[in-house]
Write a protein that binds this ligand. Structure first.
Ligand code: GLU
Length: 631
């Protein structure tokens, strides 16, 4: 194992004259700059897609570069809502909330006030990173065996757990917005809901992605009356090109704007949520069994958004901030980066670099499975998981030419580290998690930055729409381990419990360089979120790709499973070289099949100059926008 050398440190990319910053201090030369210099020559005219980047679908732009603030989401209406807020003098947090509220309209299967999420926020004035945890919480009546069917003694089949009241956690999104705006925003929630209300009323144009996401849910949507009425208009899948309106949600948002979030956590809207959870509005003719949930009014009353300290690790001269437990995003990305920091990775040998990426991820996932859960209820050795000593002990298990047989056992983050002690603990298998929701980033002209995962857990959440209210409830509690471990097996930090937050993988990430924001990024994708964020960072920092290329590059995910799952283009490009090192590569089964993540990110290319980046192709592409393409 070779210790990493300091990464070469040339100056920041020189933007073309048209975009050249007129003022702003010269920055110290660092690692990212090295990569960015590669980028500089290929930068497109501000506000346009990069030359060579695949064009986005209509109305979607994967890359936008400019000034005054920036946003990247999966959806043009949501990005436009954020830009509108920024143009009117709102800050990055205001813009993030407006974008998320609009996603609740245009991406109702992934983002809604019936769900939750995690945010990281860079405050430019305080020069600090903060978090807002709006993770859904289990009801107080939930127990470790609540998902076990007494008839069989086994956990409910995953598909049955997914479409149930039992899987619905107390929604955290509204409390999160309120907390985030109170601490970091400048506008009222009522104001920020207005763009979303307009879109809900006027409607949006159905695209193939929306139709496809409805189609994968069609059978269960059909069985739940208000969901069928709303999302299968006339009993059919929405037609591509038609206009989809959601007047119920417009009304709900309008009431929220007027009455505030107490209407949800203490008032009538909350009562309706609890009713839908306790007595899911299932068509009596349906054969599907939709189990009722355990949520009560007092659970809503008790819900609080939290503000834990972000995780942070240094990686090649950059400071990478992430989401701490109850998410495993920050700890697992951070641990893997710490492990990688022990190696010199060479941009000229991407297959070797990717081998290290896969191995570091494998080890970090072993530790995630064993040690990370809701810190309010289990002891998470976070500091040790992110310590350099522990990373060194884990790094020494990586062979330069040979993949370790997976699953690998977890290490011992106990503060006593020696080089190369093979771990002896028992391995915990990766639990299945639902596939996809969404991530967005915003930045403003002051340099504040938000990275935000907003989620229902998976496309369509629990499938239960609150009657007459226009939004679906989450199925986030399926992120718990549904089957308690057999006696004698290692403890599981992620069993259901009263008031507990299920372990997440969401990893909204902010990267600082010399204390100033350099990048922000994140992705949906259940546990692949962690590997997607990690791989984008490795692509950007170690392989020297521009951020748009780092996002678009083919992905692979190693979550301590026997196989490495990858996109086809990754298999084509690196399959042979990695197989020669003993990796067992297979096509990522999805869903969506063959596609990992739908990331968003942004990068400060020079003071004030931001490049917003969305997916060019995955999941129908995303929408990157800036306030002004020119200064
Ligand atoms: N329930 C997933 C998690 O918390 C979210 C999945 C997603 O956002 O794509 O990890």
């Amino acid at each position: 194992m070779s210790r990493s050398a300091t990464f070469p440190a040339p100056s920041l990319p020189q933007p073309s004259p048209a975009r050249s910053p007129r003022r702003g201090p010269a920055r110290r030369r660092t690692a990212l700059a090295a990569a960015a210099i590669v980028a500089a020559s290929c930068l497109a005219a501000p506000g346009q897609a990069l030359a060579g980047a695949p064009p986005g679908p209509p109305g979607k732009t994967p890359v936008a570069t400019g000034y005054g603030g920036a946003v990247s989401t999966v959806d043009p209406d949501a990005s436009a809502a954020a830009i509108e807020v920024l143009k009117r003098g709102g800050n990055a947090m205001d813009a993030a909330v407006a974008a998320a509220a609009t996603l609740g309209v245009t991406e109702p299967y992934v983002a809604a006030i019936g769900g939750g999420g995690y945010m990281t926020y860079y405050d430019a004035r305080k020069r600090r990173v903060y978090t807002v945890d709006g993770r859904e919480a289990a009801p107080r009546r939930m127990r470790a065996d609540s998902f076990v069917d007494p008839a069989t003694g086994k956990a409910l089949p995953f598909e049955e757990a997914v479409t149930s009241g039992l899987s619905v956690g107390v929604p955290g999104t509204l409390a999160q917005w309120e907390n985030a705006l109170r601490r970091h925003g400048t506008r009222s929630l009522g104001t920020l809901l207005q763009p979303a209300i307009r879109v809900a009323e006027k409607g949006f144009v159905v695209d193939q992605e929306f139709r496809d996401q409805t189609a994968v849910n069609e059978a269960r949507f059909r069985d739940i009356v208000p969901t069928r009425q709303l999302f299968l208009p006339g009993g059919k899948l929405p037609v591509v090109g038609s206009t989809f309106r959601n007047p119920d949600l417009a009304r709900t948002y309008r009431e929220l704007a007027k009455r505030g979030t107490d209407w949800f956590y203490e008032g009538e809207l909350g009562r309706e949520v609890v009713r839908a959870v306790q007595k899911p509005p299932v068509d009596p003719a349906a054969t599907r069994k939709v189990r009722p949930g355990l949520m009560e009014r007092r659970d809503l009353d008790a819900y609080k958004a939290l503000n834990p300290r972000p995780t942070s690790v240094s990686y090649r001269g950059l400071d990478v901030y992430g989401m701490p437990p109850s998410s495993s995003g920050g700890s697992t990305v951070g641990e893997a980066l710490n492990i990688l920091g022990n190696f010199r990775l060479d941009a000229r040998d991407p297959a070797r670099t990717l081998h290290y990426y896969l191995e570091a991820s494998k080890l970090a996932f072993a530790d995630r499975g064993r040690y990370v859960g809701d810190p309010a209820q289990v002891k998470v050795p976070l500091e040790e998981l992110l310590s350099r000593g522990f990373a060194r002990e884990r790094a020494c298990l990586i062979q330069p030419d040979r993949a370790a047989a997976a699953p690998v056992p977890p290490g011992s983050p106990d503060g006593r580290y020696s080089p190369c002690v093979p771990p002896g603990g028992a391995t915990r298998a990766l639990a299945y998690e639902g596939p996809q929701t969404t991530h967005l980033v915003t930045a403003d002209k002051w340099g504040n930055v938000v990275a935000y995962n907003v989620t229902l857990e998976q496309f369509g959440g629990s499938g239960i729409t609150v009657p007459g209210r226009g939004f679906i409830l989450n199925n986030e509690l399926t992120d718990f381990t549904l089957q308690p471990p057999a006696p004698g097996s290692p403890p599981d930090p992620n069993l259901p419990g009263p008031g507990k937050r299920p372990r997440s993988s969401m990893a909204p990430t902010i990267v600082l360089q010399d204390g100033r924001p350099r990048m922000a990024l994140g992705s949906p994708g259940g546990s692949t979120i962690i590997t997607t964020v990690l791989q984008i960072l490795v692509n950007r920092i170690d392989l020297g790709m521009r951020l748009p290329d780092a996002l678009a590059a083919p992905r692979a995910t190693q979550r301590n499973t026997p196989q490495v799952f990858a996109e086809q283009a990754f298999l084509d490009r690196y399959g042979r070289a990695l197989a020669a090192r003993g990796h067992r590569l297979e096509l990522f089964p999805g869903p969506p099949a063959g596609t990992i993540g739908a990331a968003t990110g942004l990068e400060f290319l020079a003071p004030g100059l931001v490049q917003a980046v969305a997916e060019p192709v995955r999941r129908g592409g995303g929408s990157a926008q800036v306030v002004r393409p020119r200064r």
